[in-house]
Design a protein around this ligand. Structure first.
Ligand code: CA
Ligand code: CA
Length: 383
């Protein structure tokens, strides 16, 4: 019985919650759509003989700033627009808001004007390169090209490339032609190069880069074939390139040369070609039969390897049991085989040598002291 009651209560809560949520949703939408605003975005301009493209300029927004033009639609009350004559004509746009059963209106002007301006062609290439006997289509020229016109939203572009003989090497002139609805024509001339064979793009697709703590600019290391050099642009897709660890990385280089765009995989080897740096003493003195610890006198550092991975050796012969001056070299080799050398002199002296020096100093001091006493005594006697 208790379980039944609980179930009933939960069911009620669920149903009430469902109704509440839906009501909130509906009322939220209602609130937004109760108030609509018509916006005219830009000056409405059309060529003589052409209907204005109202969709480009007229937008309906609700109070939540949603574009609801498609939902509500609009109606143009065309007072006296004469498309055959130049002039500025008043008109009205009307939207029926069925949420509140009301019309909203906005007056505006349409300017009808002769289109005397040519379309503009842009983003084409001055030169196009094709290998002999390749397939040629209009799409090869159209890619990326844009045509805009002040009064025609869709000016026509045509490309005449019939003069190009793709089976014969040479340089051909071709024409791009853009025309708006009013018959204004723009043309551009470009050159088509039909070549026997396009050279390889990169001089080397396997490059070495020194290991570093900062990302190197790989463009500095990549050299393009001289055929492309002057006009090509180069972008490097670094991807997961690891610059602070030795190893091989694949990097994609995008080369753009007029109409040609090529992705090339480049092997970038991160290497260590820097020898370790040694600093320390130039002259080391040791007593005979003592031990020679190199790291007491020298510091060895490497750009990549830690101390334990650097191999240290002494070049040259010395005998700790034999006094004398030994000319030696400290040699440090990093894990990539780079070698640094540091020459120094090791002097091995007799154990007693310091005793002799100290004896000489003490004798000297006594002698100077005695001399002083003698001078003082003489002076005293004279007075
Ligand atoms: Ca035009
Ligand atoms: Ca190194």
């Amino acid at each position: 019985m208790k379980t039944f009651k609980t179930t009933l209560v939960m069911l009620c809560v669920f149903v009430l919650g469902y109704i509440f949520i839906n009501q909130v949703d509906v009322s939220a939408e209602d609130t937004c759509e109760e108030q609509l605003t018509i916006m005219i975005e830009g000056d409405i301009l059309t060529a003589v003989g052409e209907s204005p493209n109202y969709d480009k300029y007229i937008k309906v927004y609700d109070s939540c700033n949603n574009d609801v033009t498609d939902i509500f639609g609009y109606h143009i009350v065309n007072y006296k627009i004469d498309l055959t004559k130049e002039g500025v004509y008043p008109a009205l746009v009307s939207v029926y808001n069925d949420s509140i059963k009301e019309f909203i209106n906005l007056s505006f002007e349409v300017e009808v004007k002769k289109d005397k301006t040519k379309p503009e062609i842009s983003n084409y290439h001055q030169h196009y390169y094709f290998e002999i006997e390749s397939d040629l289509s209009e799409a090869d020229f159209l890619k990326g090209v844009t045509v805009i016109d002040d009064m025609d939203d869709n000016p026509q572009l045509s490309i005449d490339y019939e003069s190009v003989d793709i089976n014969s090497e040479g340089i051909y002139d071709i024409t791009f032609t853009a025309e708006d609805k009013s018959g204004n024509i723009e043309t551009v001339e470009v050159k088509v190069h039909v070549v026997k064979e396009l050279p390889e793009y990169l001089e080397e697709d396997n490059i070495n880069v020194e290991v570093s703590n900062v990302m190197p600019d790989l463009k500095q290391f990549i050299t393009i074939d001289k055929f492309y050099r002057e006009h090509a642009t180069l972008e490097v897709a670094y991807g997961d390139f690891v610059y602070n660890k030795l190893g091989r990385n694949d990097v994609t280089v995008v080369i753009t040369f007029f109409n040609i765009q090529k992705n090339i995989l480049v092997n970038v080897n991160v290497i260590d070609s820097t020898k370790p740096k040694i600093s320390g003493e130039k002259n080391i003195k040791l007593k005979k039969d003592s031990l020679f610890y190199w790291d007491k006198y020298f510091t060895v550092k490497d750009n990549y390897d830690r101390k334990e991975n650097i191999d240290i050796e002494i070049e040259g012969h010395f005998d700790i049991k034999e006094t004398g001056d030994y000319n030696l070299v400290l040699r440090a080799t990093d894990s990539s085989g780079n070698i640094a050398r540091y020459p120094f002199t090791l002097t091995i002296a007799n154990k007693g040598s310091s005793f002799i020096v100290w004896t000489a100093i003490i004798v000297g001091v006594i002698a100077i002291g005695a001399g002083g006493t003698l001078i003082y005594y003489k002076k005293f006697k004279r007075d």
